[in-house]
Design a protein around this ligand. Structure first.
Ligand code: GLU
Length: 302
């Protein structure tokens, strides 16, 4: 059995001069306390390392992203005490910082993957293909792809039916263990083909999936550490395969523990009562908010 392991990025990243972290919200609703907590931790890591924090607006999903959510997002982040040194509002050397303006960079990566033979066209019309633009959080992680359109090893992809353009899937190396060290969760190990299957990298409507856009952008923006919620651990395994396929150095990872509601359900944009907007309207100060969720090194409230 072969394994893929992420190396220490801070020393291996060719373009990074020091720590570079990122906040990568999607403007599909109002940000909530869970986002703020992850982002505070990201900010703490960047400050602790004397580094840079980048704000990337993940606005690929045109049907769900809205301009008013973008302005609310910036306002709420600032109100919550977050500061970034590069972003759509302040520019920077690694822009543009709106994903909707980065299509040529994604197309290039897509062409590279096509040339490598590691992806194949998929004509299945499934909900998970439609959903591929957003990050698959633990509760809605994409089901294992049954392999309907996967060509047999050594065979060319099936002749494309002319009905519509295909989406494209990454052929995961069956049985391979994808391993990485997580700064909060410790050693992680996922088995390709068992814990996750062939995943969409390119949608039939010509947009990259979250997995591809995220890898391409984190690499292009020279991010050295990704701080995000623990519900994206499996996505990190997928993304490590993409880093390898695209010959890009992976960053380090810190997946923080998730805030849940009283029923143990991960906070989501539908939890309006915990949206930063609502908390602010109720007169909660950002200082109180932060003090009430003082984080330990792993992102748990102390
Ligand atoms: N825009 C993604 C989300 O909000 C970002 C996930 C990530 O940090 O990679 O879920």
């Amino acid at each position: 059995m072969t394994t893929i392991a992420s190396s220490n990025p801070s020393s291996s990243h060719p373009t990074a001069t020091g720590y570079r972290g990122r906040l990568a919200p999607s403007p599909t609703g109002f940000l909530h306390l869970g986002h703020a907590r992850t982002f505070w931790l990201a900010q703490e890591r960047a400050r602790g390392a004397g580094g840079i924090l980048v704000l990337r607006n993940e606005d690929l999903d045109r049907a769900r992203c809205r301009a008013d959510f973008v302005s609310a997002m910036l306002e709420d982040l600032r109100w919550a005490g977050l500061e970034w040194q590069e972003g759509p509002d302040c520019g920077g050397a690694y822009g543009p910082y709106n994903q909707s303006e980065r299509q040529p960079i994604y197309v290039q990566a897509f062409e590279q993957l096509k040339a490598s033979g590691l992806i194949y066209p998929c004509f299945c019309s499934r909900k998970d293909i439609l959903r591929a633009l957003s990050a698959p959080h633990a509760s809605d992680d994409e089901p294992l792809y049954p392999g309907t359109c996967r060509p047999r090893a050594g065979e060319p992809p099936a002749a494309p039916p002319s009905v519509r353009s295909p989406s494209w899937r990454f052929r995961v190396p069956e049985g391979e263990a994808v391993e990485f060290e997580d700064a909060a969760q410790g050693h992680q190990r996922f088995r390709a083909g068992r814990d996750f299957g062939d995943f969409v990298v390119w949608r039939h409507d010509g947009l990259p999936s979250y997995q591809l856009a995220c890898v391409v952008d984190d690499a292009a923006m020279a991010i050295t550490e990704v701080v995000r919620g623990a519900d994206l651990l499996v996505s990190t395994a997928r993304q490590l395969l993409l880093y390898r396929a695209l010959r890009l150095p992976p960053p380090a990872f810190l997946h923080c523990h998730l805030l849940t509601d009283e029923h143990g359900v991960r906070l989501a944009k539908r939890h309006e009562t915990l949206s930063l907007r609502t908390l602010r309207a109720r007169g909660v100060s950002p200082a109180r908010l932060q003090a009430g969720a003082v984080l330990d090194a792993a992102g748990r409230p102390r």
